[in-house]
Ligand binder design. Sequence first.
Ligand code: FAD
Length: 222
Amino acid sequence: MSKSRKKEPTLYTQIITNNEEISPDVHVISFKRDFDFMPGQVVKIGIDTDHPPRIYSICSGNHEEEVQILFNIKEDGFLTPKMGAMIPGDKLLVSKPYGSFIGVNEPAWWIATGTGIAPFYSMFRSGMEENKKLIHGVAALNQFYFEDELEWALGSNYVRCCSRETSCDVFPGRVTAYLSEINELPNVKFYLCGKPLMVVEVRDLLIEKGVPYENILAEIYF
Ligand SMILES: Cc1cc2nc3c(=O)[nH]c(=O)nc-3n(C[C@H](O)[C@H](O)[C@H](O)COP(=O)(O)OP(=O)(O)OC[C@H]3O[C@@H](n4cnc5c(N)ncnc54)[C@H](O)[C@@H]3O)c2cc1C
């Protein structure tokens, strides 16, 4: 592992071991884990020191041999089209993990949209799934990443919400619509992860339903 020249943050070279397209334009890229992290944390990733690195949640368990990152390709973006085209042996620049959106063992609801499921999948793979309810909102049915594994492990505590397609066992609508239909929410922490609008809407809805502000923790993908 060699240090890049950039001062802040320090980025380290990692060799890609796998890059799998798990759904159209959505990839899981992997490299060997040579650091410890807390489930929910992020890393910065770049491909050179001339462009600012982007932030990604770690999407693998904290005892697994490889670190995985779940990302969707923004076709007009700088980094993700390049990451999507990488093959094993290619190099990425990756920071040490950081961040305070960290999983806990106490009961909680995990609410995600899209690739915002990444930190919760990391928490799940790190053994924190007990007493958790995971609500995942997507637009299309093929965006329920890791759904077989999550359904098998979490059963009725894994709720899929799909806004544009329907299927049995899937709530027809957005996460906010699903939450609106619940009369009484439990006294637990609510972890939210996704795009700014979703986080704001869900946060407002939870507060409207009586959830104390301090019980809502959010990671915003901007
Ligand atoms: C805490 C955090 C965690 C995150 N975790 C993840 C994750 O796990 N997975 C994931 O997929 N993403 C995650 N993100 C988002 C990620 O950091 C990147 O923003 C994303 O992958 C896009 O990177 P890019 O370089 O391909 O696109 P960028 O080049 O950054 O462009 C992003 C979008 O903005 C548009 N854009 C760029 N420049 C301009 C401009 N000047 N004016 C208007 N529009 C512009 C582009 O067209 C594109 O659509 C996270 C973000 C944060 C803050």
